[in-house]
Design a protein around this ligand. Structure first.
Ligand code: PLP
Length: 384
């Protein structure tokens, strides 16, 4: 069923997914093969070698690109491999302007790997288009946006930066990992490329590491496919199968993540021991209006700090949680809690991380799909 006019929930199950031609199998088979028989030299059924293309990966690419309203999709071995492919669109001396509270792994890839090969990165808050326009020069080629950001859930106005990118002929890439395609579709707002860590909400079960790019432009798609095949950072067929399986319930999971997320956020805000709560659904969130404009709901990612801002109080709380698991990552069905200052942001000096709101007592929650009462009582007992 190829009809991309369907609603999201229907596309999640059916877009790009056909019964297997050979057997009629309803579920996309795991084509665990590196190569394909050719009837005669140069003749094939569209598949020659699995680095270049694989039927299970191809089904995933069609399915997930439809969820981002993109013409094309490319699946990679990890989110960072997908980001790396985007950077390889650029040449020595060219520049990227990026969000300053970027995912740590993206920051490391930009500054520790690609700067060595002559790319230049400039970081800014992206709360106003003028901040970015001030940094544009003749070498600037790309704007890299991540929204909501980690861990303080800043929201960046995708449409506003799409206008800036068009005006200056720059590529706009949006890391849409935190929102998922269920909550936000950057291509519809004028972005050129959408990037995902499939590892998070899309896979949704904490059992796959994978990355994805969705886009509409034929020329950029050809360049990215060339880079992907040349570099070889592809995902395997088993992982593609797991991602397809995860996507079938993406809309259902996201509804519960959002519902539980809203309840946890409001509960935390009313708690006497809690200082700040970062969640874009609050009317008091500085970018609440932008979030309402570009997201369908506010997601299940929440950060909060404790009154007095003591690291030992945060550690105490984290060690007492039992339904929430202390772990890196996010977006799985199970609730996770993390301590950004010592986990995701450990590499930053205290003054640097505190500029981005990563204070000693800040705790980040990835609210899962468990029963809300169990999540709230777990937090309650851990706080007392
Ligand atoms: C996890 C993550 C990445 C990196 O993806 P991997 O699959 O871990 O390589 C990039 N951006 C964001 C926002 C992430 O959360």
């Amino acid at each position: 069923m190829q009809n991309n006019q369907h609603k999201f929930d229907t596309k999640a199950l059916h877009a790009g997914i056909e019964p297997d031609e050979a057997t009629g199998a309803i579920m996309t088979p795991i084509y665990q093969t590196s190569t394909y028989a050719q009837p005669s030299p140069g003749v094939n059924k569209g598949y020659e070698y699995s680095r270049t293309q694989n039927p299970t990966r191809h089904a995933l690419e069609k399915n997930l690109s439809a969820l981002e309203n993109g013409k094309y999709g490319l699946a990679f071995g990890s989110g960072l491999a997908a980001i790396d492919a985007c950077m390889r669109l650029l040449k020595r001396g060219e520049e990227v302007i990026s969000t300053n509270d970027l995912y740590g792994g993206s920051y490391r890839l930009f500054t520790k790997v690609h700067e060595q090969y002559g790319l230049k990165f400039r970081f800014t808050g992206m709360q106003n288009t003028s901040d970015v326009e001030a940094l544009i020069n003749k070498n600037t080629k790309m704007i890299w946006v991540e929204t909501p950001t980690n861990p303080t859930m800043n929201i960046i106005d995708i449409e506003a930066f799409a206008i800036v990118a068009k005006k200056h002929k720059l590529l706009l890439v949006v890391d849409n990992t935190f929102a998922s395609p269920y909550l936000q579709n950057p291509l519809d707002m004028g972005a050129d490329i959408v990037m995902h860590s499939v590892t998070k909400y899309i896979g949704g079960h904490s059992d796959v590491v994978m990355g994805f790019l969705a886009l509409n432009d034929d020329e950029i798609r050809a360049k990215l496919a060339f880079i992907q095949n040349s570099v070889g950072a592809v995902c395997g067929p088993m992982d593609a199968f797991l991602a397809i399986r995860g996507i079938k319930t993406l809309h259902l999971r996201m509804q519960r993540h959002c519902e539980n997320g809203a309840k946890v956020a409001h509960w935390l805000k009313a708690h006497p021991k809690v200082d700040k709560v970062y969640w874009p659904g609050f009317e008091s969130h500085p970018n609440h209006e932008v979030a309402k404009k570009q997201m369908r709901d506010f997601g299940g990612m929440i950060s909060f700090s404790l009154k007095g801002d003591k690291m030992e109080n945060a550690f105490d709380l984290l060690s007492r949680l039992s339904v929430f698991t202390l772990a890196e990552s996010l977006g799985g069905v199970e609730s996770l809690a993390g301590h950004p200052a010592t986990m995701t942001h450990a590499a930053l000096p205290k003054t640097e991380r505190e500029k981005n709101g990563v204070t000693d007592s800040l705790i980040r929650l990835s609210v899962g799909v468990e029963h809300i009462n169990d999540l709230l009582s777990d937090l309650e007992q851990a706080m007392s």
